[in-house]
Unconditional design. Structure first.
Length: 255
């Protein structure tokens, strides 16, 4: 009987181990199911893309006040090495802030966006410049209404991660189709784990260190509204409606 005791103990340990493993597996399945249902429920509560971008068009001007945004677009402008003979496409031009910065440096800019509201804002920003052409194009459909090799340069800023998986795959192929041989594309998109609230915090610290925080306090409601839109985007990423890339994913998609 004594000799059998270790064997019995071993069986008990094996039984407890299996029981614990099974409980863990069940808990894992329950957690995955709960998460799936939570994402589905939240996706139904969040505003549709059409409503989201129409509303955002009213507040997008706040980007022009952001140090980080200006650093980003200045870097894009530098990397694209714009020339006065260039025909440029901005795919997702928003309210035309970047177009207004570069129009004096190139021959022509075509800006496309998914809502008329955004383009109406872009016309105001670009002062109806004759070198600027604006068109409503749904990038999620993955087709561009331009002939092959139409553009010397393409900018696609803070848009790719907001497209569907199918839209992302198709539009990247379209960019290469409409790009001239030897042309350049610049793409910037939110990365996984991006926090728009942290960006606002950093901007506030910057203004404070510059001694301009209180001069800009009237813009705080606009900034907080922009953060709300950013938080919705983060939730849409979690539910799978949007996709914030890791650096590795973005490199793989561009190869």
């Amino acid at each position: 009987m004594i000799r059998k005791f270790p064997e019995v103990t071993g069986r008990l340990k094996y039984g407890v181990s299996n029981y614990t493993k099974n409980l863990t597996e069940v808990a894992g399945r329950l957690s995955a199911t709960a998460t799936r249902h939570a994402k589905k429920w939240l996706a139904e509560l969040l505003p549709s893309d059409a409503k989201y971008w129409k509303a955002y068009a009213r507040f997008i001007k706040v980007l022009g006040e952001s140090t980080d945004w200006n650093l980003m677009v200045n870097l894009i402008t530098e990397k694209l090495n714009l020339k006065e003979t260039d025909v440029v496409l901005e795919a997702g031009c928003g309210n035309g802030l970047w177009i207004s910065k570069i129009i004096g440096k190139v021959a022509k800019v075509i800006g496309i966006d998914g809502t008329q509201e955004m383009l109406d804002a872009a016309r105001v920003t670009t002062l109806n410049n004759k070198k600027v052409e604006l068109q409503v194009v749904d990038l999620n459909k993955g087709t561009l209404p331009f002939p092959d090799e139409s553009f010397d340069k393409i900018s696609h800023t803070l848009v790719l991660g907001y497209l569907s998986k199918d839209g992302r795959e198709k539009i990247l192929k379209e960019f290469y189709r409409v790009l001239k041989d030897g042309g350049s594309i610049a793409i910037a998109t939110p990365i996984k784990g991006a926090s728009f609230f942290k960006i606002l915090q950093e901007e506030a610290r910057r203004k404070q260190s510059e001694g301009t925080f209180w001069k800009n306090i009237s813009k705080l409601p606009l900034g907080m509204t922009a953060i709300t839109f950013g938080k919705i985007a983060e939730l849409k990423d979690w539910t799978g409606q949007y996709h914030f890339y890791t650096n590795e994913e973005l490199k793989a998609d561009l190869e």
